[in-house]
Design a protein around this ligand. Structure first.
Ligand code: SF4
Ligand code: SF4
Ligand SMILES: [Zn+2]
Length: 326
């Protein structure tokens, strides 16, 4: 401090909220300066609640508490900001890639096309371990015993999100090919239970009375296991997709629709002109990691899929390098 410069009698309160680090309004800052409040907080309820505990603790105890709460709050806010930025950048990249794909379409298909973003199923398969087989067998034994001793058929549990029960199988080839292009991005939480429950077993038993013994039903399921399962995915998720027949799958598996599939089904049922062409982008994460801050979620594949013309793939680098107008 230079001589002649008057010393501040009272330490100035910080100009930012002591919890979240956000800038205080002029009025809040003036109030804090006037009252000499060393711990001003913004108007967020959570920040105010943390500061309101000042009276319950010693100065040192409160400082320690505040340090922990402030660092957690600021970490959460920084993460949320990162997430917003990531979503913005990915959306911009998706728009550029879809625009480039649209340029590949014949004019007649441009109006009836639908742009969809897909997750990815795990790309690698590995031989099924005995440990996984045993865990699956144990689960089957448990739910079959429950089904055989239970009160009778009841509804199967339903997945929490995006369930769109299919009243009749779609005649379109697009939904099936969409899931094939994705590679089972929603199957990664199937584990060794595959969403199978006592209710599924009751349904299967009602449809196939010849499987009436527990042992026969267990062996019927064990026989359907693939030799290799996709790494980190459901035990029934093999390189060619789900190894169970539709009849043997749970209602959850039969009815689940991720956002992309739900949008396609909705357009097919309700649009005046159902889409004939779908512009597909596939990002590298699975269905349950989207959106989340973390490593790579690059666009792994791009394609134009049509009812008549199959799936035509395009190199992602060339597509994004062509810099179409957004
Ligand atoms: S429902 Fe969605 S996430 Fe699941 S396989 Fe089909 S496209 Fe992939
Ligand atoms: S049973 Fe089939 S559809 Fe269901 S999660 Fe497993 S692999 Fe996916
Ligand atoms: Zn705050």
């Amino acid at each position: 401090m230079h001589e002649g410069v008057p010393q501040l009698i009272r330490k100035q309160p910080p100009a930012c909220c002591v919890v979240c680090g956000g800038r205080l309004l002029a009025r809040q800052l003036a109030d804090a300066q006037q009252s000499g409040n060393a711990y001003p907080a913004c108007e967020t309820v959570a920040c105010r609640m943390i500061v309101s505990r000042r009276g319950e603790m010693s100065e040192a105890g409160f400082k320690h508490y505040l340090q922990i709460e402030a660092s957690q709050t600021q970490w959460r806010l920084a993460r949320a900001e990162l997430m917003r930025e990531k979503i913005r950048v990915e959306a911009q990249e998706n728009a550029a890639a879809w625009a480039a794909l649209r340029l590949k379409l014949k004019r007649a298909n441009q109006d009836s096309s639908l742009s969809l973003l897909l997750p990815s199923g795990p790309p690698h398969a590995r031989k099924l371990t005995q440990q996984r087989r045993h865990a699956y067998r144990d689960h089957l034994a448990k739910i079959i015993a429950e089904a055989l001793s239970g009160p009778g058929p009841g509804p199967e549990p339903v997945a929490a999100t995006n369930v769109a029960p299919l009243t009749k199988p779609s005649e379109s080839s697009l939904p099936g090919r969409l899931c094939a292009f994705c590679g089972g991005g929603c199957c990664t939480r199937g584990g060794e239970r595959a969403y199978l429950s006592a209710a599924t077993m009751r349904r299967v038993l009602a449809a196939q009375p010849d499987l009436a013994s527990a042992g026969a039903l267990i062996e019927a399921y064990m026989a359907m296991l693939p030799a290799k399962s996709q790494t980190g995915s459901c035990i029934n998720h093999g390189p060619q997709g789900c190894s169970l027949s539709r009849e043997m799958r749970s209602d959850i598996c039969n009815n689940y629709a991720c956002e992309a599939l739900a949008r396609l089904q909705h357009a097919q049922r309700h649009a005046a002109a159902p889409p004939q062409t779908v512009l597909l982008l596939r990002r590298s994460r699975d269905n349950w990691q989207l959106p989340s801050v973390g490593p790579d979620n690059a666009i792994k594949a791009a394609a134009v899929m049509s009812e008549e013309g199959g799936v035509k793939r395009f190199a992602v680098a060339a597509l994004l390098g062509s810099k179409p107008a957004l």
